[in-house]
Design a protein around this ligand. Structure first.
Ligand SMILES: *Cc1c(COP(=O)(O)O)cnc(C)c1O
Length: 307
């Protein structure tokens, strides 16, 4: 499960530009606790076990990869799981929530206003009154333990000039940037609009692990963002993106999710076309999984993404 699976991509554009692109196929690391969610949960699970918690509670939207990963982890590692879901219940349940329920997760819906105050002490006390003691994992799974797990994603980043990764909360790329130790340049592709704030977010997540401002500043020297590939915002997609992932799949034989990885891969290839990377560059794309999310997009847009 932990052996990294790296594949080299070949196509005429890369030959022409003299760029080497490899993909770290973390979409293959687990069928459901997939991609970065595996690494983000790894030390949260062991910490919950160590603390003697029998219940894990977390938060997410109705299509969340994290919600499903926690439901599966609960089943595999023997925890009760509670998912606090943003918005109202919609029946029949979508693929994500239906599968999470089948795995034993108990769902609790809260309105969007309450969702915004979900991390306040008052709201946690309210949840503890209902559910008793639980181990809390934040929305998206990002915390200190998650960043530590994500430090194990790339075994040797010195083999590459650039490491590219999609960003939601920044937990994953924070772990990657710490483990990178300035050996290559780490480029983050926010899946949401106005992603510039994520630089500060990544800084503070790295600092929570290093506990050393100076070291954090040094590690951040290798980090940068490409904020123009959000396609209109979080979970927004268009024809250009769909055509890109379809064509990529027909040539290279594997799929990108569209919420995160499709946008990142589109961005990397667009930057290659625009000669952003010097000739001879070696680029690693981290495939962070999330393939279950394709079902949700297909339900929402009432069409097939992949033929
Ligand atoms: C959650 C998720 C991300 C975002 O990870 P962060 O650590 O929040 O930045 C990226 N890709 C996929 C597939 C995800 O499920």
């Amino acid at each position: 499960m932990e052996g990294s699976n790296i594949s080299l991509i070949k196509n005429p554009l890369l030959d022409e530009k003299n760029i080497e692109v490899s993909v770290l196929r973390d979409d293959l690391n687990h069928p459901i606790i997939q991609g970065n969610k595996f690494w983000k949960l790894k030390y949260n699970i062991s910490n919950a076990q160590k603390k003697g918690n029998s219940t894990i509670l977390t938060f997410g939207g109705a299509y969340s990869n994290h919600i499903l990963a926690v439901a599966q982890a609960g089943k595999e590692f023997g925890f009760n799981t509670i998912g606090i879901i943003r918005g109202e219940e919609n029946l029949p349940l979508n693929f994500t929530l239906k599968t999470a329920t089948e795995l034993g997760m108990q769902l609790h819906y809260i309105d969007r206003t309450t969702y915004k105050i979900k991390h306040t002490q008052d709201f946690k006390d309210y949840l503890r009154n209902i559910y008793g003691a639980f181990y809390l994992i934040p929305e998206g799974g990002t915390n200190y333990y998650a960043v530590n797990g994500c430090m194990e994603i790339i075994k040797d980043s010195s083999l590459y000039d650039y490491v590219c990764c999609p960003i939601g909360t920044g937990g994953t790329i924070s772990g990657i940037t710490i483990a990178n130790k300035n050996q290559s340049k780490v480029i983050g592709f926010p899946a949401l609009k106005n992603g510039d704030f994520l630089k500060d977010e990544v800084h503070s997540q790295i600092n929570s692990v290093t506990q050393d401002e100076e070291l954090t500043d040094i590690l951040m020297e290798s980090f940068s963002l490409q904020t123009d590939y959000h396609f209109g915002g979080y979970a927004k997609i268009n024809e250009e993106l769909i055509n890109f992932v379809r064509e990529f799949n027909s040539i290279h034989g594997f799929k990108w999710d569209l919420i995160y990885n499709g946008k990142m891969a589109f961005g990397v290839f667009d930057l290659i076309k625009k000669n952003h990377f010097p000739k001879g560059s070696k680029i690693l794309l981290v495939h962070t999984g999330g393939l279950q999310g394709i079902n949700g997009l297909e339900e929402r847009f009432k069409r097939k993404i992949y033929e």
